[in-house]
Design a protein around this ligand. Structure first.
Ligand SMILES: Nc1ncnc2c1ncn2[C@@H]1O[C@H](COP(=O)(O)OP(=O)(O)OP(=O)(O)O)[C@@H](O)[C@H]1O
Length: 208
């Protein structure tokens, strides 16, 4: 499903994330690691947000060679989402759904599933951190991605929203969508039956 070769990303701070080779098969993969080990750096590279050295291939599509096609296949929800606060979630949905070619029925279904209907029309400046997180997670499910990357999806949201999210992920898994998830707080690890667990230690990957 996902192949990463000769990957390297360095910051001016001195931190370097290096992955010689990683091949993940279809499924749901957990990326573990302490704070600052490089999880978000890896996710941002795969999401096409960060420049890097090396090669990332998803379902045979190379991020370097076919960046537009690649980006349509990957959705990403940041650990700490930030959006222009004069916009509403409905504005963001409109924008992202055009790019990701999401249908109006999918939008209606996701708004219901994430429980955002009562505030989606309001500006983001009025959202609590949990409301913002749910908004960001919803956006990551729009369209028909092959891979959804969720960075710390369970932080900030309440227990009911966590259970909802588990159900949504399970539903998408059953439809063949792949996931990369990082989490310091998994509500119920057994529910996921991770296909693999990868551990990052100070910018180096340890396959377990
Ligand atoms: N834009 C940046 N510029 C410079 N250094 C950065 C930048 N982003 C991250 N870093 C550094 O890179 C290292 C890895 O950060 P990263 O956010 O990938 O870790 P993480 O595993 O996601 O951590 P956490 O669990 O705390 O979210 C850290 O030392 C961090 O300070």
């Amino acid at each position: 499903m996902l192949k990463i070769y000769q990957f390297s990303k360095s910051y001016s701070s001195g931190f370097t994330l290096e992955i010689q080779s990683l091949e993940l098969k279809q499924g749901t993969h957990l990326i573990k690691g302490e704070n600052g080990s490089g999880k978000s750096t890896l996710f941002k590279a795969i999401a096409g947000i960060h420049a890097f050295e090396g090669e990332i291939i998803l379902e045979g599509v190379s991020l370097q060679q076919q960046p537009v096609k690649f980006r349509k296949l990957v959705n990403y929800a940041e650990a700490e989402p930030q959006f222009p606060d004069f916009l509403s979630l409905d504005d963001l949905i409109l924008f992202v759904s055009k790019a990701k070619e999401a249908s109006s029925s999918q939008i209606a279904h996701l708004k219901e599933a994430f429980g955002v209907n009562n505030y989606a029309a309001n500006s983001i400046s009025s959202y609590s951190s949990g409301m913002l997180k749910k908004a960001s997670l919803l956006l990551a499910f729009l369209g028909t991605p092959k891979l959804i990357i969720l960075d710390e999806p369970f932080t900030t949201i309440d227990a009911e929203a966590q259970q909802n999210l588990l159900g949504i992920i399970k539903n998408k898994k059953a439809k063949g969508i792949n996931f990369l998830i990082s989490s310091h707080h998994l509500p119920d690890m057994q529910e996921f039956e991770f296909t693999s667990i990868q551990q990052l230690i100070n910018g180096k990957l340890i396959n377990r």
